[in-house]
Write a protein that binds this ligand. Structure first.
Ligand code: ADP
Ligand code: ZN
Length: 700
């Protein structure tokens, strides 16, 4: 509803009501207007919101805001009218070519509207496709070529429903898995821990079908829908249902439409990214979290929640099952399985008879990687291509070269606003800071000693160039966040690659996510070493996850896949653990080590971050927090810091952090509950930006 707020009217959300108030009658004002006649959220939805606010120590108003689609948050009604523009009868008769000569923008808009026909195009959609369309529209309105009208937002339309493809006959492991999943329709957390290509998706597809046949809804959370169009297509084809999608690539009105369909229960299948966990569901039956290990489930700013963790909480509140799938499950999930809280369902072999890929190291001390690619890797590429296979070269970075290092004095080009190194972008001849976005022209001389400098290291662009030189007659496609910034670009590239239209793929993490490229037989990992010496207690887990995920793209059909890893440290024990024991062994060792060293999942963490223009303000604020905690600390809690953040300066601010490590979650949370208001009252709080990150995933 709209309420008076000073001299303005603001949107307010009613979370509860009461017949009395401790405020004097004169302080209470009437609301101006009620926007929605019936509540947007149910008691169950509010329960999740209250839990989130409480667990992540974040104001409830901001949690509600995160849970609502932008239009509702900005005061639109649940069924808003939509401004629509359409061509008029006169407009339709105009000659586009003639108009284009005089007014190209007007011609562009008119042409789009003619193509759209009588139903017109929503203003929101136009804003997205032709950002400054309104100026052109004004002129066209005057001439009477176009009209505008309001329509009531249409409802979600499942009429696209297609004939569902038949289920595959499950293998023995899959049958055991589905039997376990079918054992109950009540709450239970099920971890499907299966090697890549083991048929996890197939199993939960069949479980989803059960639930949908019972007339209930399924909510699927996926890492980034833009990156996993194959998943959406597969769900659509196999279940024969048009899913209601909730992700960042939608217009506000599209998102509201999907949200409304989820809320009413009309959409039986709802697929979304992280924030979709808050979508109200009229008739929930199952939640699925695909690629549970993916970092995108954790929001890293503002309300720092984990959608994966909230999925489990929500399933419990609703008393429905939750399925978490991954080939590389996190230690958190594995520990819950060991403790008997979650069901551990294993699929140890690839379905449909495909062999697991073989994995081998290339020692780059003995056979150096000139321009990123060693001779043995180059030879392997040659032979896989000759055998008609596709090749994927994986690099854990983006840009042409990570840094600009001076060969004479060793000076590294750094960001002036952050303590980070700048990344070279060869094509645009720029240096770019990937932390604050600062950009400048690429140096030709060292800022320190004045000698000529050249980019060093291997970014994806550089690798692409090396490969072009060595394999001039092959099609080489680069996939990274720079090459796929345009909307839909990633989908087109993936489609092209799936059809076999690329011989060599060069790319970053984007390529490791769940894709199925039938012809791909060789994966080359060119710079695996950073993770071996990482300072974060999660480095080994992360490194194993990214290697196993990308390796899983190889040999998914009849031909066996091969994975070659270039490393300067072939003797490092991490490699033998991974190659001989697989992810499972890496996970076992990581869990043992974490238990001994008291890191999560054996303890719980909360990170308090502060940032200020003056270094001392950032630290002093955390000292206050530490002193406050010191009065209350018991043996279950350790307070580490305050210390400078791993990147001690970012965008001109000094950053520091204080880490709380608790072996008792309840004690940790009750301390945070006291700490937050105490810190808010602190005078020093005005000089800093600060936040609490519960269960942080980026520490160092
Ligand atoms: P995951 O999700 O574990 O990576 P998928 O469900 O995508 O595995 O299955 C991998 C491939 O194996 C797919 O092409 C899928 O169609 C196929 N597949 C899965 N289960 C079976 C089965 N029971 N019989 C034959 N092929 C299967
Ligand atoms: Zn910077």
């Amino acid at each position: 509803m709209l309420v008076p707020f000073g001299r303005r009217r603001q949107l307010g959300l009613v979370l509860g009501h009461s017949n009395e108030s401790s405020l004097p009658a004169g302080k209470i004002r009437r609301c101006n207007e009620i926007v929605d006649e019936s509540p947007l959220l149910t008691a169950a939805d509010l329960r999740l919101i209250r839990f989130t606010s409480d667990y992540y120590h974040h104001p409830v108003g901001e949690v509600v805001a995160a849970a609502l689609p932008a239009l509702l948050r900005h005061g639109k009604a649940l069924h808003p009218t939509v401004e629509t523009i359409a061509v008029s009868d006169v407009g339709e008769l105009q000659d586009i070519e003639t108009l284009a000569g005089r007014a190209p923008k007007q011609a562009e808009l008119l042409e789009a509207l003619i193509d759209a026909g009588g139903t017109g195009i929503e203003a929101d959609r136009l804003t997205e496709e032709l950002p400054n369309w309104r100026r052109a529209a004004t002129a066209l309105f005057k001439k009477g070529y176009i009209t505008r009208f309001d329509v009531r937002a249409s409802d979600f339309d499942e009429s696209l429903t297609i004939a569902a493809a038949d289920d595959l006959t499950l293998n023995d492991d899959q049958q055991r898995a589905i039997a376990t999943l079918r054992s109950s329709n009540a709450f239970g957390a099920y971890l499907i821990d299966g090697v890549t290509g083991s048929g996890k998706t197939e199993v939960y597809l069949q479980r989803m079908r059960d639930i949908i046949d019972q007339g209930k809804q399924v909510l699927v959370l996926a890492p980034e829908i833009g990156l996993t169009p194959q998943l959406v297509a597969r769900l659509r084809n196999r279940l024969g249902i048009e899913p209601a999608l909730l992700h960042s690539g939608l217009t506000d009105i599209e998102r509201l439409r999907a949200w409304r369909a989820a809320r009413s229960g009309a959409a039986r299948l709802v697929v979304g990214t992280r924030s979709a966990i808050f979508t109200p569901l009229g008739n929930p039956g199952l939640i699925v979290v695909d690629e549970e290990h993916d970092h995108s489930f954790k929001q890293q700013e503002g309300l720092r929640y984990s959608a994966r963790d909230l999925a489990i909480v929500r399933a419990k509140h609703l008393d429905i099952p939750v399925i978490l799938g991954s080939a590389t499950p996190t230690m958190e999930m594995l520990k819950h399985c060991r403790d008997g809280n979650y069901m551990h369902i294993r699929l140890p072999v690839r379905a449909g008879g495909a062999q697991p890929p073989s994995m081998r190291l290339i020692d780059t001390i003995r056979t150096p990687a000139t321009n990123g690619i060693s001779q043995p890797l180059s030879d392997a590429i040659e032979s896989h291509l000759q055998a008609g296979g596709q090749v994927l070269i994986f690099l854990n970075r983006r840009g042409f070269a990570p840094t600009l290092i001076c060969a004479s004095c060793g000076h590294v080009a750094g960001c002036e606003r952050c303590d980070s190194r700048l990344t070279v972008h060869a094509r645009s001849q720029q240096l770019r800071c990937h932390h604050c976005g600062a950009t400048r022209v690429l140096d030709t001389r060292c800022a320190e000693c004045g000698e000529a400098v050249k980019p060093l290291g291997e970014g994806t662009q550089r690798l692409e160039e090396t490969l072009r030189t060595r394999f001039p007659d092959k099609t080489i496609t680069r996939v990274d966040s720079d090459s796929t910034q345009k909307k839909g670009a990633i989908r087109d590239v993936l489609e092209q690659v799936t059809q076999g239209g690329a011989d060599i793929l060069v790319g970053t993490q984007m390529l490791s996510k769940g894709h199925h490229f039938p012809k791909l037989t060789l994966v080359g990992i060119v710079n695996a070493d950073q993770g071996l010496f990482g300072t974060d207690f999660r480095s080994a887990e992360r490194m194993a996850q990214s290697i196993v995920q990308v390796a899983g793209r190889a040999g998914r059909e009849s031909r066996r896949g091969e994975v070659l890893i270039q490393t300067a440290f072939p003797e490092h024990p991490f490699w033998s653990t991974l190659i001989e024991g697989g992810y499972e062994k890496v996970a076992d060792e990581a869990l043992r080590e974490r238990e001994a060293t008291r890191w999560p999942p054996f303890t719980r963490l909360a990170l308090i971050r502060s940032a200020a223009h003056r270094h001392n303000d950032a630290l002093e604020f955390l000292e206050v927090a530490k002193r406050y905690l010191a009065q209350r600390v018991d043996e279950t809690l350790r307070v580490l810091g305050p210390v400078d953040a791993p990147m001690a300066r970012k965008a001109g601010r000094y950053r520091a952090q204080l880490l709380l490590q608790g072996s008792d979650r309840h004690i940790l949370h009750s301390l945070l509950r006291e700490l937050r208001p105490a810190l808010e009252r602190e005078p020093g709080a005005r000089k800093v930006r600060w936040s609490i990150d519960v269960d942080p995933i980026e520490l160092f």
